[in-house]
Design a protein around this ligand. Structure first.
Ligand SMILES: NC(=O)c1ccc[n+]([C@@H]2O[C@H](COP(=O)([O-])OP(=O)(O)OC[C@H]3O[C@@H](n4cnc5c(N)ncnc54)[C@H](OP(=O)(O)O)[C@@H]3O)[C@@H](O)[C@H]2O)c1
Length: 387
């Protein structure tokens, strides 16, 4: 069997590293043809030396010389830098699958390029669908390219929907652990530190998505992601706090059947499924023993604790550029929180303020998304200056 060529965008991140573990375990099926990262030149060079991809890209241009020096002993390996080289790698000729594990809006253009080239996209970068869902799905339909979700919730929904028609779905139930601050008294939320908010109870993930989990903005992003991936209206999507992170999401059908996908909180399973779909192969993800599962609980999210959720439903219904604005304002606010420039509760406050000042506009192209994105980032800085 011919090996499938995979490009990993964001290979140095949490998803990227786990994707490489999955691929190295299935080395008779896959070969890594290109890897790209943002700034982590040490790890990127080490990955390149181990995997020998044909192309290695660092987005940060000033690190190009450093990367070239480290890879001098590997002639024939193409070494590039810059955002354009990252996006170009999404349409790499020798690739069958593009795994987009970039964090943030920087993932949008590479996804569009991959789809335009007819590549299968294994999509972890949820911000792609939040900011550009309509455009991205249009591009996928045009080229008949496939998007397979990597996000555990969307992978669960995707798995439950195999062999089913979306018209037979009544409700999609997305689960959430509730994040690191689920049990923190409300009065203490204003003073939590980045370290507190980064202590996720069940998943080990990158910093941005871990903070998004603590605010529940992650579920707002996932709501919009699901809306586009599965072509379902936001009113038919429900969110639940499920602290055990065992049921990754559920699909309720019109006849009353409720299908769920269960598993340990281990991203290597949805990553592998996205790569091997529609096949299932033995993998390295931890398997779930029903005997040790314990009770599973589900409660609706508390609106006082998680105001981000209301904002997500609003952005999803408003459509146009509003979700891109929500996403960008959130990315900026999370950076500011991690840099200790704002408090935890200010993240969602800032996002809401920026959205209030935005008149949503029709998305005509990637440019309209990117300009809404830049506008929202500027607004966050402006509001911050006026505090
Ligand atoms: N981690 C999880 O378990 C999980 C679960 C579900 C969904 N997701 C989603 O998956 C995406 C990645 O999350 P993560 O947790 O893996 O994030 P992460 O650990 O922060 O990694 C992000 C990756 O993106 C790279 N990157 C940043 N800017 C780039 C650019 N311009 N070009 C190329 N690469 C760039 C980073 O490179 P450097 O580090 O070298 O700068 C890094 O490899 C996010 O959208 C997240 O919401 C993650």
């Amino acid at each position: 069997m011919e090996k499938k060529g995979v490009v990993i965008l964001g290979s140095t991140g949490s998803i990227g590293r786990q994707a490489l573990e999955v691929i190295e375990n299935l080395s008779d099926r896959f070969r890594v043809v290109a890897i790209a990262a943002g700034t982590n030149v040490d790890l990127l060079a080490a990955q390149a030396a181990r995997l020998r991809p044909a192309r290695v890209v660092i987005a940060e241009k000033r690190l190009y010389g450093d990367l070239v020096r480290r890879l001098e002993g590997y002639p024939g390996m193409e070494v590039l830098s810059g955002e354009e080289a990252v996006a170009d790698s999404a349409q790499y000729p020798g690739a069958d699958i593009i795994l987009n594990a970039i964090v943030g809006i920087k993932g949008l253009v590479p996804t569009l390029r991959a789809l335009c080239a007819g590549k299968t996209v294994a999509l972890a970068n949820k911000e792609t669908l939040v900011a550009g869902g309509e455009l991205v799905m249009k591009e996928a339909r045009k080229s008949a390219a496939r998007i397979i979700p990597v996000d555990s919730e969307h992978s669960a929904i995707f798995q439950c929907l195999q062999g089913q028609d979306i018209s037979s779905v009544k409700t999609i139930h997305i689960t959430s652990s509730g994040g690191a601050l689920r049990d923190c008294p409300l009065r203490d939320l204003a003073s939590v530190t980045p370290e507190d908010a980064l202590r996720h109870p069940t998943w080990n993930m990158g910093a941005k998505v871990t903070i998004d989990s603590a605010t529940l903005m992650n579920k707002s992003l996932e709501l919009i992601e699901a809306r586009w991936l599965f072509d379902i209206s936001p009113g038919d999507i429900k969110i639940w706090i499920h602290p055990q992170s065992i049921i990754h999401s559920m699909v309720e059908f019109k006849d009353g059947a409720l299908l769920a996908q269960l598993g340990m909180p281990d991203m290597r399973l949805p990553i592998q499924y996205a790569l091997t779909f529609p096949e299932r192969l033995p993998g390295i993800a931890r398997s779930l023993d029903p005997a040790t599962m314990g009770p599973l609980t589900f409660t609706p999210p508390d609106e006082l604790r998680y105001p981000a959720l209301k904002i997500g439903y609003y952005a999803c219904r408003a459509g146009g550029t509003m979700p891109a604005v929500m996403n960008a304002a959130n990315e900026e606010a999370v950076k500011l929180f991690l840099a200790r420039e704002i408090g935890f509760l200010e993240i969602v406050n800032l996002v809401e303020k920026v959205m209030e000042g935005h008149n949503t506009a029709v998305v005509e192209s990637a440019d309209s998304i990117l300009s809404a994105d830049s506008w929202a980032r500027r607004k966050v800085r402006e509001y911050l200056g006026h505090r």
